[in-house]
Write a protein that binds this ligand. Sequence first.
Ligand SMILES: [Zn+2]
Ligand SMILES: [Zn+2]
Length: 135
Amino acid sequence: MRKIKIYCKNCYKPFSNVVSEIDEKSLIRIDGEELLPDNSIIKTTDLEISLPENLDIFLSANSELNIEDHSDSNRFQGCCGPGDFSKLNQVCSNCKEEIAVLFADCWLYHFLVFDNTKIIVKDFTDKKHIRRIKL
Ligand SMILES: [Zn+2]
Ligand SMILES: [Zn+2]
């Protein structure tokens, strides 16, 4: 499993600590629960829903992340949590670039998914040879 860290493409601030890349078998597809195990990341389009283009890099939402809610409250409509994944509702806490969708309503599993055009991915598996990669 690769060790991965993602950064804002606009300001180069890291969004997370180093997390582990997982495969689809590790996803937890239960309504109301986190889709990803703690401290993990996956690129996938193999879901029951179709997300807007370029939204395919999922990061577990439990850890300390350098992102924050969008100032437009209309992007958080849902019955008991943000339930609209048609628009980006998370921004970089440093430069405020729109970068991800947080979904946390009852009728589906919960997730945080990043726009792959707005992030930089680095492979930390070998700490002596950290390199930029595409997931
Ligand atoms: Zn930024
Ligand atoms: Zn709900």
